[in-house]
Ligand binder design. Sequence first.
Ligand code: ADP
Length: 446
Amino acid sequence: MFRRVLIANRGEIALRILRACRELGVEAVCVYSTADKDAPYLRLADRTICIGPPPARESYLDVSRIISAAEIADVDAIHPGYGFLAERADFAEMCRDCKIEFIGPSPEAMAKLGDKVEAKRTAKAAKVPIFPGSEGAIENEDEAVEVADGIGYPVIIKAAAGGGGRGMRVCRNEASLRSNIRAAQQEAQAAFGNGAVFIEKFLENARHIEVQVLGDKHGHGVHLFERDCSMQRRHQKLIEESPAPGVDRKKIAAVCDSAARLIRTAGYSGAATVEFLMDDKQNFYMLEVNTRVQVEHPVTEMVTGIDIVRASIEVASGLPLPWRQRDIQVRGHAMECRINAEDPDRGFMPSAGRIMTWQPPGGPGVRMDTHVVAGYSVPPNYDSMVGKLIVHADDRDRCLDRMARALAEFEVGPIKTTIPLHRRLMQTGAFRQGGIDIHFLERLLR
Ligand code: ADP
């Protein structure tokens, strides 16, 4: 096991990783920008190092500053968390060059699964269900039209290196495809430094279902079942739950097995998520692979009892995964509500500022992952999530009741948060019934 780990992140995930380090008996070094200098979790670290001013480009995203901090603190490993440098293969490679273990996949495995075109190719070889579409990157207009004729409209153009819901265009006919393909390539080049785009079938009313996987350095890989993340707004997830309500368990089992096969095929070690869209006939199509721990990982931790962050550190240190697939079972139902400092009544406008009242819920089956305490100021420089409320219960109905109860206890002020919206959603018939699609929330708020 490592002696000392640097946590190259901030906020709730920095604290989550710090807690895992503590339980493993590993020293934790936290970095911070001047915007985070008073963050309360820093007091729990064995050492803290300032890495620059508030803009992420000059602190959490600055590879040279992070590596310098790691050298100064003499750590054995860096945990990137999610966002920032977590999916940067060049950063993982630099860590390797500096003889610092990157807690995540090898740069090769990351490149293989992180690029959408490469990931599709690897997925096909591993017999993971993928969208009908182009085999690789599209070269020109005529090729695009040929592919679209083969799969039928509507189609979606995507950037191979895309992310964060950017660089996608839906085309409903040939004229629209022809007029969009070149612009999409140019946009991808400008935004991601890689102009490769591809085409796939566009699904109208899909559900977002993803599979948590874990691999080790000994060729072993397992899945930890699925999460349903269909409650979204502009591709941003707001509520996640496991298991996915109303889905045939045989179908889910086959998809989960295919996801585990995919990471074994890619020689992947660490935590990852294989994302799928599911159509109304319960057919699955792989969207992409996230080569890191995700925001919503606690949902899976609650139903499987497995500490995913701890496991990510253990496998990076060379330990084998201690479970076989059949050892991993789902018990009950879990759900997560993302608490963002945003005003849902004003188009989710960010609501930064000092939090005077912070009274999170407690009681049976309630878990709160947050770095916030009363008196904390939400810096305007980073993402607006201030915490995650996760509950677990014997079944979905009880889970919904427990979440409603927990949300009713939760007091935050004077900043605006997503809590009132979550309270409303817990009482919304279609959501309680289960099986909403990814556009449900936008329709509801229209
Ligand atoms: P990103 O990496 O930018 O998040 P994804 O490939 O994960 O891109 O897609 C983001 C979102 O775009 C999905 O959650 C879904 O809402 C929508 N989307 C992507 N591909 C399709 C598709 N083929 N059909 C329908 N919706 C899609």
